[in-house]
Design a protein around this ligand. Structure first.
Ligand SMILES: *Cc1c(COP(=O)(O)O)cnc(C)c1O
Length: 391
């Protein structure tokens, strides 16, 4: 009998579980930096080659971290994964492990600020970086060339929610054997089929939806077993990027409800976008799930739903946006996302303040733009809060 594959929702609860001799129900937290050997010979043998349930040092691997890595790999549909101590550590690990002086990276320009910083850092070591408008396939075609090491982009850009066509960019990159690396935070593993769509490496900040309660930093790099164990692991384990077993343990429980949470947040995001679409206090409502989003069809094809994030342009520029934010009662002003608590951010003065005004304008980050991460509160309460603030 061939086994029917489990749904992601089921995998998020069971995949990767390792039980100790006690048969514990909940995943155990192995809060240990190291492991004891029965003999000197065993220690020597393990340093030569460790089996799947043999560990040496938590910077290299740990049973709780391994459970999290196996679970996320199962969800993402990749052979393996390596967990890191932050999302940035994951991006750094993926990029640094494939680059050397003379490497060439092509990246989308609309990136999280720290991602842009990292790319700039690489240029100090002789890596050439070409930035393109990620939604313009002709720019990718012109930039990727024989010898290009990797392409890198956020599948849904922050904060203006442009969708980059993973399949099309992968086709362009693969024609020159470039590795396709996708920072997939906004899509989440629930809506993502990035690996099936051609991504070779899928990167998450687990600080966001996977934790879901804003408790701890974490990240993960997903890819083939060979890439993760032979390319990524040596770099990350020797450069100190390993995640704490405590954070992996938080994430293992976070993942059990990821599917339910993210679907509910996406439903609420659509309800909010629809309810506010014609509010006179807003000059723009950007949500990939609305049919007026310029890439709505691509969003549906790539993610099935619009996701948990919205961008709203408040009338009256920065003054208007600030006045509205200051009047919110339920929705919190902060800069995380994917949390159970709804969060608003004013990108131009916070997450993207380091960019020049010209660069912000080019990315569509106008003074009135606010980013909303939709949480798990009742959507009617969120709509009421946004309405009273806008009114
Ligand atoms: C938050 C975020 C990161 C960085 O993750 P940290 O966990 O904060 O290090 C990278 N990329 C995107 C798209 C993010 O939203």
């Amino acid at each position: 009998m061939t086994e029917r594959p489990l749904h992601k929702r089921s995998l998020a609860i069971h995949a990767g579980t390792r039980r100790s001799q006690y048969g514990e129900m909940a995943e155990a937290m192995f809060m240990t930096q190291g492991f004891v050997y029965d003999s000197a010979e065993q220690a020597a043998a393990r340093f030569q080659k460790s089996g799947p349930d043999e560990f040496i040092y938590a910077r290299y691997g740990n049973p709780t971290n391994r459970m999290f890595e196996d679970r996320i790999a199962a969800l993402e549909g990749t052979e393996d994964a390596f967990a890191t101590n932050s999302g940035m550590s994951a991006v750094n690990g993926a990029l640094m492990s494939v680059c050397r002086a003379g490497s060439h990276i092509v990246a989308a320009r609309a990136l999280f600020g720290s991602n842009l910083y990292l790319l700039d850092l690489l240029t100090r070591f002789g890596v050439e970086v070409t930035l393109v408008d990620g939604t313009d396939l002709d720019q990718w075609r012109r930039a990727v060339r024989p010898g290009t090491t990797a392409v890198f982009f956020e599948s849904v850009s922050n904060p203006t929610l442009e969708i980059i066509d993973i399949q099309a960019v992968a086709r362009i990159a693969h024609a020159h054997d470039a590795i396709v690396m996708v920072d997939n935070v906004f899509a989440t593993p629930v809506f993502s089929q990035a690996a099936a769509q051609g991504a070779d490496v899928v990167i998450y900040s687990t600080t966001k939806h996977m934790d879901g309660a804003g408790r701890g930093l974490g990240g993960v790099i997903c890819g083939t077993r060979q890439f993760i164990r032979e390319t990524v692991e040596p770099y990350v384990k020797h450069s100190g990027g390993a995640i704490s077993p405590f954070n992996s343990w938080l994430l293992l429980t976070g993942l059990t409800t990821l599917d339910l949470r993210v679907r509910e947040m996406s439903r609420s995001a659509l309800a909010i976008a629809t309810a506010l679409q014609s509010h006179p206090g807003l000059t723009r409502v950007i949500y990939p799930g609305l049919t007026d989003h310029p890439q709505h069809d691509l969003a549906v094809r790539q993610m099935a739903e619009g996701g948990t994030m919205l961008a709203l342009e408040v009338a009256g520029g920065q003054d208007g946006a600030f006045r509205m934010l200051d009047r919110l009662r339920l929705i919190l002003i902060s800069n995380n996302l994917g949390d159970a608590k709804s969060i608003v951010t004013h990108p131009a003065t916070t997450t993207h303040q380091r960019l020049s005004e010209e660069d912000r304008a080019r990315l569509g980050i106008t003074p009135g733009l606010i980013r909303l991460s939709v949480g798990l509160e009742h959507p009617d309460d969120l709509i009421a809060d946004l309405r009273q603030a806008l009114d």
